[in-house]
Design a protein around this ligand. Sequence first.
Ligand SMILES: [Zn+2]
Length: 297
Amino acid sequence: MELKQIDEQCYYFKGAVNIGYIKTDNEGILIDAGLDESAIKKVIKQIDERSWPLTHLFITHAHADHFGGAAYLVKKKAIKVYAPDIESAIINFPVLEPIYLQNGNKPYKELRNKFVEGKSVAIDETCIEGKYWIGSLEVTLHNVSGHSYHMLAVQVNDILYAADSYFDEKTLIKHNIPYIIDGTETIDTLQKLIQMNVKGALPGHGDYEEDFKETVEKNIVYHKQVEAELLKIISREKSTPIDVIIAEFCQYRGVKVDNMTSWALYRTAVCSYIKKLVEDQQVQIVFENNFLSVKRL
Ligand SMILES: [Zn+2]
């Protein structure tokens, strides 16, 4: 993971999942901890080699690729850990993620893997939106939910560590149907980012950009396109079970679902777009033959 400098205080380790680093005189704050031990080890090594401090960790949201490395970190260093409330509960009891991904059931063993179930970490302080002190550094936490229930972005002076509130274009295309848990909140958050008065932003997946608002605009266009395509395959004449819509839409978009993790993630994402269509009164929920179904209005 290559260390990149944003300004005199703000850095990040560039990887499949970025890890932010903020250096003050005698404190070092990580933003997220990567997927696993191997990712965080590379970060610790580079910080130690420079004899830089490492004292705090802020976890932006409870997705395993952002906190999976935290358990190793707290074992190796005296670290104070911060995370948004609700997200903290999942980071503390990571099995909650495969449980919710499988509709509340005790999950199949195939769904208990490191991509959807990180290692448990105790959170020292749970946070909400607003001004906040992480050690001796004052930051502003912004609620950027939509991709996760209560994700928080971290603003340090005029630099925004944006977590997964938006993705770079490459990641959008790779995911095809982006993972979101609420379509309406996803768009609201993107609009909020456009209004933000910051110099630049770093997404969880992608590069730091000063003109990040162009990328945010592209995210809005992308989500609206996905939503419009989904609406097209929902019939006005008859109701269709949501499970059928999910399978048909994945096929339409060229997504191949052949394992439990993909199934769970795409099911959640498509259901989030459907929920937005329901909220926008373009689609209605119908129960027919015991199926939870949808029909265009
Ligand atoms: Zn995420």
